[in-house]
Design a protein. Structure first.
Length: 199
């Protein structure tokens, strides 16, 4: 079972990241446009002979069928949704993560599902960022959040771990640097049960 299966577009807006704008190589992850400028600058560098840095989209979760459909794996589900929408195969294993590479418009994208279990997610994410030399402001982490109503999304340019062990592990492997975007996906049990009852 997928927690997000059958969820209407009004509850989970898709594409999530205004992909129409992403097709110019710019992903609008902050009100100030900082992430957009970073992506545009990276793309401009490619024209000067430098390689355009990819975006790394990371969905947090736990590997194994026993965890499928659980709230902690909603990050994995988001990666699967993006992969399906953009025709990207997430079928290779690198640095303890299931990995897929593709493009959204002009922007190179890497989709990752760490296989380390939630509490050690930083082991995989840290290695991916280091090996591919990805700027932290182009690392988007997606994870469950019990403080948000079910299916509500909150996209932030930076922040702390909020008690989430997967995010705590990533921040630790980034040497306490918290300046990377994250998508919090609402998984409040109360709102989930109310929604199920009303539907």
């Amino acid at each position: 079972m997928r927690l997000l299966s059958g969820t209407s577009a009004s509850r989970i807006p898709w594409p999530l990241f205004s992909l129409a704008r992403a097709r110019t190589g710019c992903l609008p992850l902050s009100a100030s446009g900082t992430a957009c400028r970073a992506a545009s600058s990276s793309a401009a560098g490619a024209g000067d002979g430098g390689a355009q840095k990819p975006w790394l989209f990371v969905g947090l979760g736990n590997p194994g069928k026993v965890y499928q459909g659980t709230r902690h794996n909603v990050g994995f589900e988001m990666i699967d949704m993006i992969a399906e929408a953009e025709g990207i195969s997430v079928n290779s294993m690198q640095f303890k993560a299931m990995l897929g590479k593709g493009r959204i418009g002009d922007a190179p994208i890497m989709l990752a599902k760490p296989q380390t279990f939630m509490n050690a997610s930083g082991e995989s994410v840290g290695q991916l960022v280091s090996y591919f030399k990805i700027p932290l402001n182009q690392v988007l982490v997606m994870y469950d959040d019990l403080d948000l109503p079910f299916a509500k999304l909150r996209l932030l340019p930076k922040g702390g771990h909020g008690g989430h062990n997967g995010m705590r592990s990533i921040i630790n492997h980034f040497k306490q640097n918290r300046d990377f975007p994250r998508l919090r996906i609402g998984m409040s049990f109360l709102s989930f049960f109310l929604l199920s009852y009303l539907v």
